[in-house]
Design a protein around this ligand. Structure first.
Ligand code: NCD
Length: 306
């Protein structure tokens, strides 16, 4: 494995070994000294052209816990703001001899393109509405931990409903690809205006509102309404959106006691997810955050220490 550009490029063996590795890396979170020597002397650059809290800091922590040197760069404060092209920026970093570049960019496909320009390993940390492979891997890792802790086995045969702004989401694309490979049934729930073109060919089922599926799901994954990517009204009002698609207090009561509530963050509390749902004992939202460090450690390990 040279790059991690999308779930679509991973073999079953690679998916299995990244998730196995994440289990091993996760144990480090209980240690007082969180340091493995595996990537000593290697350099990882985080190059972010879009805002991020979780993804960027967890990649940085992952690199540091593996003893790599980690550097953070954002478009603001780099020569991109002086008009330098993306290619020149990447070639400049590459010329310094960095080993991996973790990149987030608003353009779909930009990270795949960047991988053709550099010698370093490229990791896609979210490119436009295309893919966000480490998010899907960490979601799977967090779900597996949820089911394993309850003696409910793995993801095979489990029903995962992904609800919300699917049109602007790279998380949904990566998750549909990965969950299908792991044997889960995926149901996509969104208003017609927020369904991506071609969604019918993805191999997932579709539902018109959350009430159709809520009682049957093993995981209710809620996605953020991405207001910053919306130019016009995609639904009549927030109240109507919540009525059909929000994980409200009323819907919480219908959710199975063993189900998990997931959200990649950042959450719009009171819109796609009620505060009661975000803080419910079934919520794995913060477990997804810890899973993010473990999975990103495993990914960097596969790319740089393999
Ligand atoms: C997601 C992203 O940036 O694609 N967040 C994340 O990485 N945790 C989802 C979002 O922005 O809503």
């Amino acid at each position: 494995m040279k790059h991690l550009l999308g779930v679509g490029d991973l073999t079953d063996g690679e998916i299995g070994s990244v998730l196995e590795g994440a289990k091993r890396m996760h144990r480090l979170q209980d240690e007082r000294i969180k340091k493995l020597p595996d990537l000593k002397g290697r350099t990882v650059v985080n190059l972010f052209f879009e805002d991020s809290t979780r993804t960027r800091s967890s990649f940085e922590i992952a690199a540091k816990w593996l003893s790599a040197d980690a550097i953070n760069m954002s478009a603001r404060g780099s020569s991109v703001s002086k008009g330098e092209s993306l290619r020149d920026t990447l070639l400049t970093l590459d010329a310094m001899g960095v080993d991996a570049i973790v990149m987030r960019h608003p353009g779909s496909g930009t990270v795949v393109q960047a991988a053709n320009w550099v010698r370093a390993s490229m990791v896609n940390a979210g490119d436009g509405t295309h893919e966000h492979p480490t998010q899907a891997l960490l979601d799977a890792h967090a779900m597996l931990r949820h089911f394993e802790a309850r003696g409910l086995g793995d993801l095979s045969g489990k029903c995962v409903a992904i609800t919300g702004d699917l049109l602007h989401s790279r998380v949904v694309r990566s998750n549909v690809l990965l969950l299908g490979r792991l044997g889960a049934k995926v149901v996509l729930v969104a208003p017609p205006t927020l369904l991506p073109p071609g969604v019918a060919t993805w191999g997932a089922e579709l539902a018109g509102d959350l009430d159709e599926v809520i009682a049957d799901v093993d995981v209710a994954m809620m996605l953020r309404v991405q207001r910053e990517r919306m130019q016009h009204g995609y639904f009549p009002s927030e109240r109507e959106y919540i009525e059909a698609f929000g994980l409200t207090v009323a819907r919480l009561a219908k959710l199975k006691p063993t189900a998990a509530i997931a959200h990649p963050g950042p959450m719009n509390r009171g819109l796609e997810i009620s505060s009661a749902a975000a803080d419910d004992p079934r919520s794995i939202v913060l477990d997804q955050v810890s899973a993010g460090v473990a999975v990103r450690m495993s990914v960097l390990h596969h790319l740089l220490a393999g």
